[in-house]
Design a protein. Structure first.
Length: 367
């Protein structure tokens, strides 16, 4: 990924802003997210698996959200009844019992050692629930994330360092807003309100009107601030990525276009390998896996297109259709890290390809 010379849109703090930038670039390289790793890992062989029906008889109105943690794979979907259902390790989907309703895909993450599901309510606010007991399908009631931002799309939730999350929303007029949330033994704290992230504009005419995507990186030198690397479908329907400082969202790394020139007619999905709840440093387990990254969206032909990198963004494979069939879908796809591989999941369009039922949860491994 190549950033322009002037990276922050606001530098009124002078030297400190420049030191943040320098530390950030070092951290990006260390985390394998900028593409300037001194010794990048060898390119991964692109041996995609076949498409499989990963949801059995389940049907969904949107892309599934997948989480791999602690040896368990959790999948959260929006049912055709606008309720949220969760499955683990391929078991049947069970409805989260607390009353809720949404028209958008949920987001499932691990935070402070807990499994947390987020969704956009019918009022446009963001809500979350915590898993209490897996076997009994026990969840907490839905809690509203404070702040005045509302969205007509699902939230993007990224965990910064085990117990801190950044909740990124696409809001009105193509803008982006972020809330900081922290779970501690004494309770949950938030920023006073959502803050708008400058330098990013996303289209309001996406065919499916779905979410932006984000993942984290953390400074390991200097001031050790947290940044979120953010990917969006821009006003030109190409994919762009940059970053913002979670603690001061007015500080941004200006977006640059992901190579390949792909045109998306859905929101963008993305993922990296490595641990889902923190950034691994050099020598730590998962460090090289984090260099495996991918983006996916639905193209103008209604099929799934993927762009992959195995060296942290220094080079990309370009936008390609999936193997074993093009992956037709009427919703934004989903990507999830699973150790050294990445899993791609879609809501299958059975009218375009009758291999699987319409609205089935269909998935594959990318490499």
């Amino acid at each position: 990924m190549r950033y322009p010379r002037r990276l922050f849109d606001r530098t009124e703090r002078g030297g400190r802003a420049r030191s943040v930038l320098r530390a950030g670039l070092v951290a990006l390289a260390a985390a394998g997210l900028l593409g300037t790793i001194a010794v990048p890992p060898a390119a991964a062989a692109r041996n995609e698996s076949a498409w499989v029906n990963g949801g059995g008889g389940a049907r969904t109105n949107s892309a599934p959200s997948v989480l791999n943690t602690g040896g368990i794979e959790y999948t959260a979907i929006l049912g055709l009844d606008n309720r949220i259902y969760v499955s683990y390790n391929g078991n049947g989907f069970r409805q989260i019992p607390s009353r809720h309703e949404t028209h958008h895909a949920p987001a499932i993450v691990t935070m402070a050692g807990r499994i947390v599901v987020f969704h956009t309510g019918t009022d446009g606010a963001t809500y979350y629930t915590l898993l209490q007991n897996l076997e009994n399908n026990s969840w907490s009631g839905w809690t509203r994330v404070p702040g005045n931002a509302v969205s007509a799309a699902p939230p993007s939730v990224v965990v910064l360092d085990r117990d801190v999350a950044a909740i990124t929303l696409s809001v009105s007029n193509g803008r982006i807003a972020v809330q900081r949330m922290e779970i501690q033994p004494g309770g949950t704290t938030y920023r006073t309100d959502y803050q708008e992230v400058p330098n990013f504009e996303i289209p309001t005419d996406l065919r499916f009107g779905e979410s932006v995507f984000s993942w984290t990186w953390s400074n390991r030198l200097g001031n050790r601030e947290n940044y979120v690397n953010l990917a969006v479908v821009g006003m030109d329907h190409h994919v762009w990525q940059g970053a913002y400082n979670v603690d001061n969202p007015s500080q941004t790394v200006a977006p640059s276009q992901v190579p390949g020139g792909g045109v998306c007619e859905s929101g963008i999905a993305g993922a990296r390998g490595g641990p889902p709840d923190r950034v691994a440093g050099p020598g730590e387990p998962g460090y090289h896996s984090m260099a495996h990254q991918a983006f996916a969206c639905i193209g103008t032909d209604g099929n799934t297109w993927v762009n992959q990198t195995s060296d942290g963004g220094a080079t990309y494979d370009g936008w390609n259709r999936t193997t074993d069939g093009a992956g037709p879908s009427n919703s934004q796809p989903s990507l999830a890290g699973a150790g050294t591989t990445l899993n791609l999941s879609i809501r299958w369009n059975g009218n375009a390809d009758r291999r699987f039922p319409d609205n089935a949860v269909v998935e594959k491994s990318l490499f």
